[in-house]
Design a protein around this ligand. Structure first.
Ligand code: BEZ
Ligand code: FE
Length: 295
């Protein structure tokens, strides 16, 4: 076939994929070509604009290293990461909802003792967190692996602070025989996602701010259960309704209550104001459902 025009070229390109042996790849390529061509027909780019788009994507790739993943950030800020998350975590009714992992997770964080303090001397308002890990039938889950990480009082993660020698504000805990966990840390702050690259350019050009509301991240793994990746957001944060990565869910917002100096639930005496967060997590047992919930 020859003489393709702006209408018949799509079918011709799709036809070139008809012999793709892997049926999943064939479906993906067919849909990609259809949607990409429809997009181009919709926006009718000038050649200069298409060149600008290629340059933007090239620079996005060039920014990626083993420490920085600008493409994931692009996926996050376009809402695609949350869409993929929603499709892949159709958990049981009552299970704790999921949200994005984000770029600041570090595999195998340092183990911390039950009730330990992970602040590593970072300045900020002390925060006591406790709760239980439960299965969807309400039974406690013993020995679950609980990875936690969060920003400091200025909105930075330890991996963004080269002067830090040790991992800080991140750790791995295990639930006890009754499914419980508890630890001390400091209260996190809202922060901007990395915005000195192409994603920052896109946000600026679109008059979008780069901020995420304050939160603590949790990744919880237990035998016989789906791994749960989620955050607990601080209620009242000014960015809850405009999170740069669209990751806020109402069910994940918690009161980090302000407490007067006194005795904490673990018996520790504390002579400054502090905050308390209590939250249980419910893990789903079932494999991910295939179909989308009704709209
Ligand atoms: C985070 O919460 O750590 C995060 C998530 C997505 C993009 C940037 C940061
Ligand atoms: Fe975060």
């Amino acid at each position: 076939m020859r003489d393709f025009d702006e209408n018949n070229i799509t079918a011709a390109v799709i036809d070139r994929y008809q012999n793709t042996p892997d049926p999943r790849l064939k479906k993906i390529m067919t849909s990609l070509v259809q949607h990409l061509h429809d997009f181009v027909r919709d926006i009718e780019p000038t050649e200069a604009e298409w060149g600008q788009a290629i340059d933007f994507l090239s620079r996005t790739g060039q920014l990626c290293t083993d420490k920085r993943q600008e493409f994931i950030l692009l996926s996050d800020t376009l809402g695609v990461s949350m869409l993929v998350d929603a499709i892949n975590h159709r958990f049981a009714e009552g299970a704790t909802e999921t949200t994005v992992l984000g770029p600041f997770y570090v595999q195998d964080p340092p183990e911390a003792a039950f009730g330990g303090d992970i602040s590593g001397g970072a300045k900020g308002e002390p925060l006591y967190i406790d709760g239980s890990i439960l299965s969807e039938d309400g039974k406690p889950v013993a020995n679950a692996i609980i990875d936690v990480w969060h920003s400091d009082a200025d909105g930075f993660y330890d991996v963004q602070l080269p002067e830090l020698e040790e991992p800080t504000l991140r750790a791995r805990f295990h639930s006890d025989v009754q499914g419980r966990f508890r630890f001390w840390t400091i209260t996190p702050r809202y922060y901007p996602i990395p915005n000195d690259g192409t994603v920052g350019e896109m946000l600026k050009a679109s008059a979008r701010h780069p901020y995420r509301p304050a939160h603590v991240h949790f990744k919880i793994m237990a035998d016989g259960h789906q791994t749960l990746v989620t955050h607990l957001f601080v209620s009242g944060d000014q960015y809850l309704d405009s999170d740069a990565v669209f990751a806020v869910k109402n069910s994940l917002i918690r009161d980090y209550t302000r407490e007067a100096p006194g005795v904490a639930p673990d018996g520790k005496k504390i002579d400054t104001p502090w905050r308390k967060l209590h939250s249980d997590f419910v893990l789903s047992k079932a494999a991910v459902k295939k179909s989308a919930p009704a709209a």
